[in-house]
Every structure is written in C-alpha cells, then in structure tokens.
Design a protein around this ligand. Structure first.
Ligand code: GAL
Length: 739
C-alpha cells in the first residue's frame, strides 16, 4: 500500500556549493545550518536590495532513514517546486534533475537506497537566471527568488501503482450525472495481469457509488453513471466530491489514492463566460505568489489566506496566476471557496531558442497534468505572457493542451492587436485606459476579426498608474477610479467575458521595473496584503448581505490635495444611499453614480460640492449608509486626528506544530475614530517569544500608518507571545497557540 510522508523538517542548508558536498555522507555542521521547508535561499530586505542577491547555487542535505519494510517497494521523492534547476543525489550518486522552478518533479531513489541505514540526500539548487529555462533570457517584471521553496514528500508504492487519474464530468448539466475516469498505472516491475480497479465516489467521506472493473492495460477509462442528487460546483456553492481508487492484484491491495473534484461546466462564449449555463461576469485580479523577505517560500496557510483575501475580502470571482503555475495549496483553496482560476505557463515576453521552447512544452504538460482535476481552473494560458506571435510554438502548446485536457478552453495572454489567434479565447492585456478616455477597447478593434470570438481582458491599469498605499489623496482616489472605470467598461460590454486587473498585491521586481526600490506598486493592496483605496472598488461590488462597505477615498484633511479640500469625494460603497454631515451640518443624501458607472453592480457615490475654502475652519465628517432605507453603517472622521490605538491582530489564533506554519500579524495606528493614520511612520519594535519566530527584521517603521509581519512556528508546541512596542502607544501583546 502507498505511504506518503512529507519530509519538510530537518533539512540542512548552505548558501553556496562545492563539488565535495555531493559525496559528504555526514553533515558538516560548520557549513550546513538546520532549516525547514518551504525555504528561501536568502532572506531579502523589504526593498532597496540587489536584485541578483538570490541568484546563486546552494546546497540542501537531508538524512533519510528507510526501514526494511520498504525492501520490495518503489520509493519516490516528490518535489513540488525548486527554483530554478535542481539536481538530486543520494549517497553521492546522481538520481535526477529538473529544470523550471514552477513545476513539480519526482525522482525514483529505489535503486540507490541503503535499507536500515541513514541515506544522505543532497539537492544542488541553481537559482541563477539560466537563459535556457523560461521565464529567463530577457528581462522580467518580477523576481523568481530561489531555493526549495515548496514542499517535498516521500512516496512509497508497490511495483504496480496508480500513476494518475483525470476525472471528467461530461454533460454535467443533465439530471443524472456521469463521471469518466482516465486512470493510468505505472509498472516498475513485472506482475501478471489482470488487475482490478475499484472506484468509489464519495462526498465528505460518505460513499455514494462504487464500481469495479478488471484491467488488462496500463491505461483505462472507467465510467460511473446514473448518479443522482449530485450538487454542482459553483462560485456561490463550491461543492466538492472525491474519487477513491483502489487497485488490487487478486486479493492483494496494491494501491489507494483519493482525488477531489467537482461537477461543473465552464465555457467562454462570444457573449461572455458561462458557469453551469449561467452567465457570470468575471471580476478578477492577477496574483504574484511573492511575499516580503522570504519571496516565494510560504507554507500552506499563507497560500490559502491569499485565496481567501481575493475571494472573501476583495469579493473577486476570478484570479490569474500570473505568470506561472502556483502552489497546490492556493489552488486547493480556490476549489474550496469557489474562486475561478486562469492558470498559465511560466514566461514573460521573451521566447528563447530550441531548448527553451522544449521546456515550454514540458511546462504545459506538467501544469495540466498536475492541475486538471481542479474545478476552479477554467482556462489554460498556453502562451508566454505578452510574447510576440509564434505560430509554430503556439500551435504546439495549444495542441498539447487540448490533448491533455479536452475539457477546458485555452487562452494565451497578449498585448498584440490582430494577433495570430490559435487559442479558444482571445485573452488580452488592454491598457487603453489613461484616466480620461475609454475603459476598454471593443474586441473587434483588438482582434481585427469581422466576427466576435470568446474574449477576456487579462490585465489593465498596472504600470499605467503605479500607486503607493500612502500616495497623495488625489492619486489614491484616481487609482481607485481607474479600476472602477475599467470594470465598468467590462460590465457594459457583453463581448467581454470579464476583466482581470493588474494586480492584487505589490511585488518585488528587478531594477528594470518598479519604483527604483525593487517594488512594483501596482497592487490594489500592498505587499503585506493591506488595502489601498482601489481595493474597495472591488470590495464594494460584494452584496451588502455579505459585507457592508462604506469607504470614502479620502484622508479627510484640508490640505493633502492640490489647492486643498476633498472634492470630488468618492465613496466606495455598496449602500443604496449615504447621508453626509460636515461639521454637524446635514449636507444631503447621496446616491450611487449610475450615470458614469452604469455597469457596476455598486457604483461609487460621488459628492462634488462642499462649502469651505483654504483658510476656513476644517470640520469633522459623518457618513451614514443605508440599504433599503435601513441604516447599516456609520463612519466618522475627526478634523483633528489624535494617535489613539495601536491595533495588533493575528490572522489566526491556532497554528500547527508538525510542519512549518505561519500567521500574519497586522499592526495599524488608529485615531480616536478608529481611522487609519495614513502618514504615520513611527518605528515599532517586534518581539516574538516561545514556539514561534519572526520573519524579517525586529525594528520597522509603519508604512502608510500600518504594516504587517509574519510569524512562523519553530516545531515546538505551546504559545507564541508577540509584543509590539512603540513610543507613542501602549505596548501591545497577543498570543498565538501552537498545537
Ligand atoms: C504587463 C505584464 C505584467 C506587468 C504589468 C504592469 O505588461 O504582463 O507582468 O509587468 O504589465 O502593468
């Protein structure tokens, strides 16, 4: 029977490499330091660092003890992500390698293992930007970081085992449902056929139907049909099922695997995107998988949290995994919460030579075979993001994608007009909007075709209007309005399936991009996932039953804007109407601006008049929001904000000791009305004691009145005590449990 054991603890690491390390079967503790996975090859500062600092060759070691019971078994090590080129050795002998930091690989160590003894595993990790590996060879607007940054596990199987299962759900909208399973076996040794395969459909562990089939071959199709009372997977109600597969040889059970999936139909048509026959306007943002200090190396909980932020906090229904396949934990979470995904292969504008292009095809294959059971994924990106047309290469990537997964449409992200349309969906980065013009172009103008095709916008804004969380009020407001205008343009055009903005979170980048400090400030949230006003454009599109949003895009001051004042006052809200008081004086009732934003479910309220001038007194403001004439929310702004509270909150109260776990702690300076003090830069000092450790520096300044930090577990159980001290506020203490 299959045993899968995660092996993320007790690794040893050195940030350099010498040939002799490969042969060393004992650990030189002067060279190698203990670490856990996920791991970054170097911790970087928040900004202003050398963007080549992570580009070096490093070495990881781990002792593996293989018990005698595994004698006749096949043993694999499964690596989920090693940036960028990993070479694996066991007991000094080479056993396998992999190029490409975003796709998984496995090595078979069976032949080289010594039983009942310690085996030394060595992984040499080349994190330089090797030009034969995508996305490298040109410049790229993001950092790829380095190290064994995703999880590793050991998989022990019999000589014949289940290699893969692809679960299809044809004609899913019919009453009685059908499942078509494409199962493949791997035979690492001889065993006489036939085998028996049992497949069990389950929901939350409860059996629904079972089927047994005899197999003579290593590939088999199995049908389970006449399934009744099956719920569809949807963005509102993402119901998941499982298939448990059991493989027998006579009476001997050889293998068992469980695969989650969902019943759903997703199709892009010329007049929009349809999920289970219902038209859904796609509202999304692009996500880079990077975090401050540790780059890509964040464990499950942080990956899940990002999906939660996108779906629950921002209210999106779609994300694009720009510009590469992302962590399985992120995708699993998208399945669980109903967040649609556009997943694409690694690359950025540049197309390399022959070897490079071979790697592209391998990336397509690895991405699709890893991820084709995720109901959340509704389209494959099979072009290098924003590359030129390349008929030969993209004919191949499309053909391969359609062969590996005939159930999903392909896209390929471009900025080209009239480009060679080999995909099923024309996916376009449309940066047309400049603030005072159209939001998006007409698709026929873009495609140059005389007929409509399935069409989606995959990026807008971004470099057109970089904005920091603490930029001047006019800018942060205009940043928000640009997001609102483009989303509105998408909503009023039936021939646009939806629009995915650039981007969710600020990210570290190369010196060829960004603000010179190695950050691209293109997010609607900062690198800590803290909101800019633009994020409320998205948040306010949620229904008020889900969450009432009333967020005036203002710091409420007389003089931050040019010439002073706060007009036009843009209020991002899902309320039906708003009462506004200035200095206690009722100014009127205001309504969503349906004239300028007819497509948005919840247009902003815009107030364009307020008496007062430079030199007159500045007064407090009050906003009262109503939904169906019921008061649902109040907001107050002082004319004289006073530092009142340093709010410190952890995303999670309980973490897990078994493997590396993290939680984010958010620190906000608030005034007497509970509003953020946007220009506060006071330093804070962070102390973490007990069963946890701080990621990043202990001393920091607030950035735009707030900041966050991540705390990781150490492997011990107990409490983590977190203390945040500052000059102007009382010291705050919180505790997180580790179980
Ligand atoms: C696009 C690119 C993104 C990002 C963005 C900034 O051209 O695909 O990766 O650089 O521009 O707006």
């Amino acid at each position: 029977m299959r045993i899968v054991q995660s092996i993320n603890n007790e690794w040893f690491y050195t940030p350099n490499f010498a040939e002799e390390y490969i042969q060393q079967n004992t650990l030189d503790r002067n060279v190698f330091q203990p670490i856990r996975l996920p791991h970054t090859n170097i911790e970087l500062p928040y900004n202003y660092f050398d963007d080549a600092a992570f580009q070096f060759v490093s070495c990881y070691k781990k002792e593996l003890y293989i018990p005698k019971e595994y004698e006749d078994k096949i043993i694999y090590l499964d690596f989920e992500g090693v940036m960028t080129y990993g070479k694996v050795y066991l007991n000094g002998e080479f056993i396998g390698e992999h190029k490409g930091g975003y796709t998984p690989f496995s090595v078979n160590i069976t032949e080289k293992v010594i039983l009942e003894q310690k085996n030394m595993l060595t992984v040499v990790v080349d994190s330089t930007e090797r030009e034969e590996i995508p996305p490298f060879g040109g410049v790229i607007d993001y950092l790829t970081f380095g190290g064994i940054y995703r999880e590793v596990s050991m998989r022990v199987v019999e000589k014949v085992f289940i290699h893969d299962v692809f679960i299809k759900t044809p004609q899913v909208l019919e009453d009685k449902k059908t499942i078509q399973l494409e199962v493949s076996l791997t035979k690492e040794g001889y065993q006489q056929e036939p085998f028996t395969l049992i497949s069990i459909l389950k929901q939350e562990g409860k059996e629904i139907q079972q089927k047994t089939q005899t197999i003579q071959d290593t590939c088999i199709t199995m049908i389970m049909d006449q399934l009744e009372n099956i719920s569809l997977w949807d963005i509102e109600n993402p119901v998941l099922y499982e298939i448990e597969l059991q493989l027998y040889h006579g009476d001997q059970k050889l293998d068992q695997v469980t695969q989650k999936f969902g019943f759903r139909e997703a199709v892009f048509k010329t007049d929009g995107f349809y999920l289970n026959g219902r038209k859904v306007k796609l509202i999304g943002l692009n996500r880079h998988q990077a975090y401050p200090y540790v780059g890509y190396a964040m464990p499950k909980r942080a990956q899940q949290k990002d999906a939660d932020i996108l779906k629950k906090e921002l209210g999106l229904n779609m994300v694009r995994t720009s510009h590469y396949p992302q962590s399985r934990h992120f995708l699993d979470r998208c399945d669980e919460i109903g967040l649609l995904v556009f997943e694409e292969i690694p690359g950025w504008q540049h197309i390399g030579g022959e070897e490079w292009q071979k790697q592209v095809l391998q990336d397509v294959e690895k991405m699709i075979t890893r991820d084709r059971n995720h109901p959340s994924i509704v389209i494959w990106g099979v072009r290098i993001n924003e590359s030129m047309d390349h008929h030969e290469l993209y004919s191949q990537t499309n053909a391969l994608a359609r062969k590996l997964d005939p159930t999903r449409q392909t896209g390929g992200v471009r900025y080209l007009q009239k480009s060679d349309f080999l995909e099923d969906v024309y996916t376009m980065n449309d940066f047309a909007h400049k603030g005072d013009n159209i939001g998006l172009r007409d698709q026929k103008e873009v495609t140059g075709l005389d007929h409509y095709v399935p069409y989606m916008v995959t990026e807008y804004n971004g470099h057109m209007y970089p904005t920091k969380k603490f930029d001047q009020e006019e800018r942060v407001m205009e940043h928000a309005l640009r997001h609102a205008r483009v989303q509105n343009a998408s909503h009023v055009d039936d021939h646009i399936a939806g629009a995915i903005g650039w981007c969710a979170f600020d990210y570290n980048t190369h010196s060829d991009f960004g603000s010179g400090d190695k950050i691209c400030y293109h997010g609607v949230m900062d690198m800590y996932r803290l909101p800019k006003f633009a994020s409320y454009v998205y948040q306010s599109q949620k229904s008020p039953e889900q969450e009432v949003i009333l967020e005036p895009a203002t710091y409420w001051s007389r003089g931050d804007r040019s010439i002073g004042g706060v007009i036009p006052l843009v209020i991002l809200t899902n309320c039906d109407s708003i009462d506004f008081y200035y200095g206690g004086q009722y100014q009127g009732r205001y309504y969503p601006n349906k004239e300028d934003f007819p497509g948005l479910p919840h247009p902003p309220v815009i107030i364009d008049k307020l008496d007062g001038h430079w030199g007159s007194r500045w007064e407090e403001a009050n906003f009262i929001g109503y939904v169906q004439d019921q008061e649902v929310i109040r907001k107050e702004y002082s004319h004289n904000p006073i530092p009142t509270e340093l709010q410190v909150t952890a995303d999670d109260s309980i973490l897990c000791a078994r493997e590396m776990d993290v939680t984010r702690v958010v620190v906000k300076a608030l005034d007497q009305c509970g509003n953020p003090m946007v220009f506060m830069t006071d330093p804070i000092s962070i102390t973490v004691e007990g069963a946890g450790q701080l990621i990043g520096p202990h001393y920091r300044s607030l950035i735009g009145g707030s900041i966050a930090f991540w705390v990781q577990t150490t492997g011990d159980k107990g409490n983590i005590q977190i203390q945040v001290a500052s000059e102007r506020f009382a010291t705050q203490e919180i505790t997180v449990k580790v179980e």
